[in-house]
Design a protein around this ligand. Structure first.
Ligand code: FES
Length: 133
């Protein structure tokens, strides 16, 4: 059986990983799930997002990175940067190893949307976070 097939057939389980109030707004919380998987849980404008802590570039601990607004550059005809704006309404998760950026709402790589972080199923019940891995 190929590794991908093994992964597809592996049974998933639900784990309670802590109180929902532990996730700060516009920030994240890194949790260890059963000593096997690390999951980053982020809250932006009250919405929660969860991703496996593995960068698609070289496997770095992406969820230990920071959330930053999207920078937009204004260029002249020659391509020189005239000014930059920071758009805080569109947060990106920046991997601490080499700086790849991900749209926090989709997990997609900012410079190549074909690639994305692996989303983790997340639910909230009675004030607690549950993930399925
Ligand atoms: S491992 Fe994340 S940017 Fe390289």
């Amino acid at each position: 059986m190929k590794p991908a097939e093994q992964e597809a057939t592996a049974a998933k389980e639900e784990y309670m990983v802590g109180p929902v109030d532990d996730v700060p707004e516009r920030d994240g919380l890194l949790v260890d799930v059963a000593g096997e998987t690390e999951v980053g849980i982020f809250k932006v404008d009250g919405t929660l997002y969860a991703y496996e802590n593995r960068c698609v570039h070289q496997g770095g601990p992406v969820c230990a990175g920071v959330l930053l607004g999207k920078t937009e550059q204004h260029l002249d005809a020659g391509g020189r940067v005239l000014s930059e704006d920071l758009d805080d309404s569109r947060l990106r998760l920046v991997c601490p190893w080499h700086g790849w950026e991900y749209d926090i709402t989709t997990g997609r790589v900012a410079h190549d949307a074909r690639y994305r972080l692996r989303p983790v199923e997340l639910t909230v019940r009675d004030g607690y976070l549950y993930v399925v891995v």
